[in-house]
Design a protein around this ligand. Structure first.
Ligand code: TD4
Ligand code: CA
Ligand code: ZN
Length: 308
């Protein structure tokens, strides 16, 4: 199947109350893992590439690998999405390379500036059938005891979200509701601001995106530590919290950290157990298989399994 825009994938998820994983990739092994998992689970997929990934692998290299895989799995609806594009140049680079979806992330600017840059990305992408995601608020954890004013300064403002979506014409929105990137998301219990999420959904109706959504699964983290790694204090978004977020309107679940941890946990295991191994395929192959299992489990949690 030719690559599709993420809007096509997410509109169906929004209509039917499930979420699709956006899996970050930087190289061939992770890409193969995402497509294999999707094939086993019969799930649509969004392949996410950050500016860092594009710098590491090259935009055309990423696009041609995704295209090749998508041609070999014609039954899987797949989008290639720029993650956290920080300016219009980054968007242009992705568009030129054949990406079918972009995120323009100007959420650190004041509201009007964010809106202005986002509108420019929409005018660039929509005529080409490329979908656009934008972000409101800042991605960071918010402790339970902080004041309302402090929460308001960091998290999405639902009224602003309503205006932003109507004025910009974006296809899906990432509202900050208390998650953050990486393996250390919460000091205590994982708490997201579901009241805000519900309001944003009510007022916009479009597909919503959860960034920083990795769960830091226990088995992979344990393996990582068992073979010499250190993830002390790591905590992700537990599966039941993810499911609740999906119930309240999340349709795209960004996942990078879980893939990083699981791949490297398995690399650590192989290296520790076979100290004379010099064939990288013997190290990366099993790690790729392990990532497939972690992605499959996630697809089942998100409800995207069986949707094709
Ligand atoms: O948007 N993302 C992925 C962020 C990728 C960052 O890549 P670089 O290191 O190249 O900048 C997420 O929301 C993922 O959240 P997670 O919980 O998996 O960290
Ligand atoms: Ca941002
Ligand atoms: Zn993100």
């Amino acid at each position: 199947m030719p690559l599709v825009s993420a809007k096509i994938i997410l509109d169906d998820a929004n209509k039917n109350g499930y979420a699709v994983g956006a899996f970050n990739v930087n190289n061939m092994e992770f890409l193969q893992a995402v497509f294999s998992a999707a094939s086993f689970e019969k799930s649509p997929i969004i392949i996410a590439a950050s500016e860092g990934a594009i710098k590491y692998a090259g935009p055309e290299m990423l696009h041609s690998m995704v295209k090749t895989l998508s041609d070999s799995y014609p039954e899987i609806p797949a989008a290639l999405h720029l993650d956290h594009g920080s300016n219009l140049n980054a968007v242009m680079t992705a568009v030129k390379a054949g990406f079918t979806s972009v995120m323009i992330d100007a959420s650190h600017f004041p509201y009007e500036e964010n809106l202005k840059i986002t509108k420019q990305a929409v005018s660039l992408c929509h005529p080409l059938g490329i979908s656009v995601e934008a972000e409101l608020g800042r991605l960071q954890g918010v402790e339970e005891h902080v004041s309302v004013a402090e929460r308001d300064a960091v998290l999405v403002n639902p009224d602003e979200a309503k205006d932003f979506v109507a004025s910009s014409g974006i296809d899906f929105l990432a509202p900050a509701i208390g998650t953050s990137h990486g393996a250390f998301k919460f000091k205590g219990e994982a708490k997201l601001d579901f009241e805000r999420l519900k309001k944003v959904k009510e007022l916009t109706g479009i597909p919503l995106v959860l960034h920083g959504a990795s769960s830091v699964p226990e088995a992979a983290s344990k393996k990582f530590e068992e073979f010499g790694g250190d993830l002390k204090g790591a905590k992700g978004v537990p599966f039941d919290v993810l499911k609740e977020a999906i119930k309240f309107g999340i349709n795209k679940v960004n996942t990078d950290t879980d893939l990083r941890i699981s791949f490297l946990a398995r690399v650590r295991e192989s290296i520790a157990k076979d100290k004379s191994q010099i064939d990288p395929r013997k190290i990366f192959g099993p790690a790729r298989d392990y990532v497939i299992e972690v992605i499959r489990e996630r697809m089942r949690v998100l409800g995207s399994s069986g949707k094709i």
